[in-house]
Write a protein that binds this ligand. Structure first.
Ligand code: DQA
Length: 143
């Protein structure tokens, strides 16, 4: 079971960016946590972060035939990117959408999720723990 974790723009700024919304933990610690959770669950995980929409599309396309599941937090591209939605639909890999903050309670422009339309499960507003829940969901799916 191989899972690809994709993070969009500014997720690498965790710990610095808007701590009142995203918390104090930094991106490197999140990567360590993800490795630990993957070990516990007995799955293999690769993490990818980019600030560039096209790079995220490339990564999704390259996941075809290589990964059994995707965990994606497209960050701001969630609310704008039909290209990421189409890429997820193209590869048809079971995908879980994660948002650290509760986007449902934030600005109007965050109320649409294009990428979410290609996701079979959504974890919203659970903080960084959301990534763990997403990994658990995908691992349980294959048990
Ligand atoms: C986010 C929510 C998005 O609206 C925002 O643009 C982000 C992070 C989250 O994880 O809560 O960058 O995806």
């Amino acid at each position: 079971m191989k899972i690809l974790v994709i993070n969009g723009p500014n997720i690498n700024m965790l710990g610095i960016r808007e701590p009142g919304i995203y918390g104090n933990q930094n991106y490197e610690t999140l990567l360590c946590d993800i490795d630990g959770w993957a070990d516990e669950l007995g799955c293999e995980v690769e993490c990818f972060q980019s600030n560039h929409e096209g790079a995220i599309v490339d990564e999704i396309q390259q996941a075809y035939g290589q990964f059994d599941g995707i965990v994606i937090n497209p960050a701001a591209y969630t609310h704008t990117s039909v290209a990421i939605l189409d890429a997820l639909k193209s590869v048809a890999i079971p995908t879980v959408e994660v948002h650290i903050s509760d986007v449902t309670k934030r600005e109007n422009f965050r109320q649409i999720s294009y990428a979410g339309m290609a996701c079979e499960h959504h974890i919203i507003g659970k903080g960084l723990e959301g990534y763990k829940l997403a990994l658990e969901y995908l691992c349980n799916k294959y048990r």
